[in-house]
Design a protein around this ligand. Sequence first.
Ligand code: FES
Ligand code: FE2
Length: 350
Amino acid sequence: MTNTLERKIKVENNPSIFPKNQWYVIALSKELKQNMIARKVLNIPLIIFRDEHGQVQALEDRCCHRGMPLSCGTLENGRVRCGYHGLLYDGTGQCVEVPGQDKIPSKAKVKAYTVVEKQGLVWLWYSFGQEIADIEPPDYPYHDHPDYLYDGDVYHYQAPYQLIHDNLMDLSHLAYVHLKTIGGNAKIHMNAEMKVTQNDDQVVVKRHMINSEPPPTYSMAYPFTGKIDRWQEIDFRVSHIRIWTGAINAGTDSLDNPDRDGFNMRGFHAITPETEDTCHYFWTMSTNPQIDRENIANVVIEQTRLTFDEDKVVIENQYKNLKQFENSEMVGIHIDVGLVRARRMVEQLI
Ligand code: FES
Ligand SMILES: [Fe+2]
């Protein structure tokens, strides 16, 4: 862990302590209806809402008059009314009404951020200096794929975002943390054949568990006839992680076939820092049931939720303890390869 002095130097030399020039998820589309969300992301207090055209907007949460949080005001037909003296702002952050005064001061506006809603996710372009994004937000096809059904949620974590990266890059913990759902035999998890590859902006970890017992969630969701060949493929990018897990009946296909059949769970995990010590974890689970689709998808998503609840307890406890033993070292073991590379990538970007 970085000590306080190192941190201070880093902050002074670099206004961002988070990787910049990236798209980050700041909301799930389903969170935004007739409401306004107050959410701090990347140390920026924001309000997120739909404007009068239904388009998602994100403004800094500060009225330009006397600094009141705009989130204490109200959303009026896609415009935000400050709850102190009633200034009204449109989706671009421009003040469009000052009650009792005809002329609107030219400086009466608040900062608006570049946001794009795509495939059920709201992405914010985070940069310093380069306000306009020159790349599209990432594409996530499983949110509008005919074979898949999905749902998800957002969790607030009292822990830094990189501890969640660590957790997701190391799926051997399934054997100890998630025994009741997607776990399975500890020995098989710890000894799974693992390949780690990397390019400029991705770290990919592939783990295969051949001829293993189906865990409870798998048996419930798919009519496996006996043992299974199981895979876990983790695709790490700085702003989010994709985890494709699943299984086929043992020996019926190659785990290198990208179109292999069987039971698939495609997890999307966007972990957006709130502050240095806290974060928002946006997750979705997409799955491809063959029969009784809605029902089975619901069960898979609910079981996913249970496993993520289990992770939250572990990670928040881990962070509490890391703070109690701030100067202690962590000892690496074989399963840490993926997380070490992911941390290195984030470190280089910062
Ligand atoms: S502080 Fe917002 S209108 Fe005065
Ligand atoms: Fe987990």
